[in-house]
Write a protein that binds this ligand. Structure first.
Ligand SMILES: O=c1ccn([C@@H]2O[C@H](COP(=O)(O)O)[C@@H](O)[C@H]2O)c(=O)[nH]1
Ligand SMILES: O=P(O)(O)OP(=O)(O)O
Ligand SMILES: [Mg+2]
Length: 209
């Protein structure tokens, strides 16, 4: 069974409260969503593989650490996932970026894929799939399916707010994909929105609707 972890660092929790607030406008929402993504990635990369390397400092030779293992990539689920990419890239500027476009049918809540563009060596990379909201889990499950179909083997799902229903659905469908959230909320409402949540993340990020 995949792990589900809520990152309850005080800075993450404080910033999540800011973007939950309905009075927070587009500019601040965008900035703070990226700040949370940055803090989350800092927390979840603690276990990245390291290796020793011998370097020359101005004072002589030293054996020091550098990252080893798989290269990284970030994969936002469009549109809303775009709101986390800059935050991730601030810490991992060399990461490649893949895109998966998906929208949820408002009535059926079923996800529909409309775009996939990935780095060619996706099978060699550790992926951070980002989407602010894990609601029914349908979008994340379909995105992970799309990535696996193209050879990806190493993935983590990073969301700002998760609903229990979505966490269970992803864990059942993809027990090999660990999930990280800034908050775990109570439930979904009848329209498939997370309560209390923060509303429609894509609309709040881009000022639509
Ligand atoms: O409160 C919410 C719930 C969902 N979204 C958007 O929907 C998808 C995730 O929905 P699933 O039901 O898990 O497929 C997510 O990409 C968000 O864009 C939302 O914004 N707010
Ligand atoms: O999942 P949706 O339908 O809310 O898509 P978007 O992220 O484009 O708002
Ligand atoms: Mg949306």
């Amino acid at each position: 069974m995949a792990k589900f972890t809520v990152l309850n660092h005080p800075l993450i929790q404080h910033k999540l409260t800011i973007i939950r607030n309905k009075d927070t406008g587009t500019k601040v929402f965008r900035e703070v969503a990226n700040e949370i993504a940055e803090l989350m990635v800092y927390e979840i990369t603690r276990d990245l593989a390291m290796e020793d390397i011998t370097i020359e400092t101005p004072m002589g030779s030293a054996v020091e650490k550098q990252l080893s293992g798989k290269k990284l990539a970030v994969v936002p689920i469009l549109r809303a996932g775009l709101g986390m990419v800059d935050g991730v890239l601030k810490l991992i500027p060399a990461a490649k970026v893949g895109h998966i476009g998906m929208y949820r049918d408002e009535k059926t809540l079923q996800p529909h894929e409309y775009f996939v563009k990935l780095p060619p060596d996706i099978d060699q990379r550790q992926l951070f799939i980002v989407d602010p909201m894990l609601a029914t889990g349908g979008s994340a499950i379909m995105a992970i399916d799309a990535l696996k179909k193209r050879g990806a083997t190493s993935m983590r799902l990073v969301v700002l707010v998760a609903a229990p229903e979505g966490v269970k659905a992803v864990q059942d469908a993809h027990p090999d994909v660990d999930i990280y959230a800034a908050g775990l909320d109570d439930r979904l409402n009848e329209d498939g929105y997370i309560v209390p949540g923060l509303g429609d993340a894509g609309d709040r990020l881009f000022g639509t609707k």
